[in-house]
Design a protein around this ligand. Structure first.
Ligand code: SF4
Length: 310
C-alpha cells in the first residue's frame, strides 16, 4: 500500500530564506510543485517540481562535497579507512561526470531528482564556458582536499565512534506546534563531555545565516539529545577556504532571540495561508517580492509571469 504524504506547514532555515528571497518562488517551491514527483501529476505541478530541483553549479559542487564527506565518515566507522584526498577527488570526478551527463541528457525530465543544472537549463542545454566548469571542478577538488587534510577532521577521527552523534541525517523537532527541520552535518561529544556541532561549508561565510542555522541545530540537539546549551560548541568549517574553522558562541539570550525569530516567521508563513489549519495556499496571495533583483538567479523564471511577461 502506498504511503500518503500530506503537505504540512513546517519550518527550516532554507524554507524561511526562500520566503525572504521571493514569496512567489516560495509558493512554487512548497505548494505549486506539491505532488509533482508523481509521473501522472498535473503538468503544472510536474513542471514546478522539475524547476524546484534545479541546482546552480555551485550548489551542485556543494552537494557533491557534502555527499562524499558523509560517505567517507560513514565508511570510516565501518572500515577505519582514513579519508584521503586522492580517493575522494576520484569519487568527486565520477560524480561530476555523472551529474553532467544527467543534466545534458535531460534525465530529469523522467526523474526530476537527477542533476539539472541551472546554467544549462537556462543556457544552451549542452555546454558552458570552460572557466565556469573548471571553477566548479576546482571547488569540489579543493574542498575534498581540505577535508582530507584538515587537522580538525583528524581530531574527530580520534574520537571513539560511540561519541559520534549525527552524520547529515534529516531530523525535526517541534516549535510552536510546527515541525522544524534540519540536517546536522556532523556532531560528536569530546572527551570532556562537550557536544560539537559542525556545519561543512563550500562557499563563503555569511555569519547571520550560519548563526541562524547553528542556533537551530542547537535547539534540535537540546531537544533530541537533552544537552545543555553550555555544553554545546558550534563550528562552521569552510572547506573551500582550506578547511578554516569558524567558532560560533550562543548564549541563552541569543538562543531565546532566535527562537522568537523562528516563531515569528512561522506566524508570517501561516498568515499567508487561506486555510492555515489545512495548509492551503493560493498562488495569487504570494507576491513577486523577488522581482526584479532576484529573478535572474531564480529557478522559476521559466514560468513566472514577472519574467515571462516581460
Ligand atoms: S522569477 Fe522573480 S518574481 Fe518570479 S518567482 Fe522568481 S524571484 Fe520571484
Amino acid at each position: 500500500m502506498s504511503r500518503v504524504i500530506s503537505n504540512d506547514l513546517s519550518w527550516s532555515v532554507s524554507r524561511w530564506q526562500q520566503f525572504l528571497f521571493c514569496q512567489r518562488a516560495y509558493y512554487y517551491n512548497y505548494y505549486g510543485s506539491w505532488g509533482g514527483w508523481s509521473y501522472d501529476a498535473p503538468d503544472r505541478a510536474r513542471q514546478l517540481y522539475i524547476l524546484k530541483n534545479i541546482k546552480s553549479m555551485f550548489m551542485w559542487a556543494g552537494s557533491i562535497v557534502h555527499e562524499l564527506v558523509q560517505e567517507s565518515l560513514e565508511e570510516f566507522t565501518r572500515s577505519r579507512l582514513v579519508p584521503n584526498a586522492v580517493d575522494l577527488q576520484a569519487k568527486g570526478r565520477q560524480k561530476l561526470r555523472q551529474g553532467w551527463i544527467e543534466s545534458v541528457s535531460k534525465e530529469w525530465l523522467h526523474y526530476p531528482k537527477k542533476t539539472n543544472l541551472f546554467e544549462l537549463y537556462y543556457g544552451n542545454g549542452k555546454s558552458l564556458p570552460r572557466e565556469q566548469t573548471d571553477q566548479v571542478r576546482d571547488r569540489v577538488y579543493d574542498s575534498l582536499e581540505a577535508f582530507a587534510n584538515s587537522a580538525f577532521v583528524a581530531e574527530i577521527l580520534q574520537v571513539p565512534y560511540l561519541q559520534w552523534k549525527s552524520i547529515d541525517h534529516l531530523d525535526s523537532f517541534q516549535l510552536g506546534g510546527c515541525k522544524v527541520w534540519g540536517a546536522i552535518d556532523f556532531a560528536y561529544i569530546d572527551n570532556g563531555g562537550k557536544l560539537h556541532i559542525i556545519d561543512w561549508k563550500t562557499g563563503g561565510e555569511n555569519p547571520a545565516s550560519l548563526r541562524l542555522q547553528l542556533a537551530c541545530y542547537s535547539l534540535m540537539a537540546m531537544d533530541k539529545w537533552k544537552v545543555q546549551l553550555s555544553d554545546i560548541e558550534l563550528h562552521g568549517v569552510f572547506l573551500n577556504d582550506g578547511g578554516r574553522k569558524s567558532d560560533y558562541s550562543m548564549t541563552a539570550e541569543s538562543l531565546v532571540a532566535v527562537k522568537d525569530q523562528i516563531l515569528g516567521s512561522i506566524e508570517t508563513l501561516k498568515r499567508k495561508l487561506r486555510d492555515p489549519e489545512n495548509n492551503l495556499a493560493e498562488e495569487e496571495d504570494f507576491e513577486f517580492t523577488g522581482c526584479p533583483q532576484n529573478c535572474e538567479g531564480c529557478n522559476f523564471r521559466a514560468v513566472c509571469p514577472c519574467v515571462v511577461g516581460e
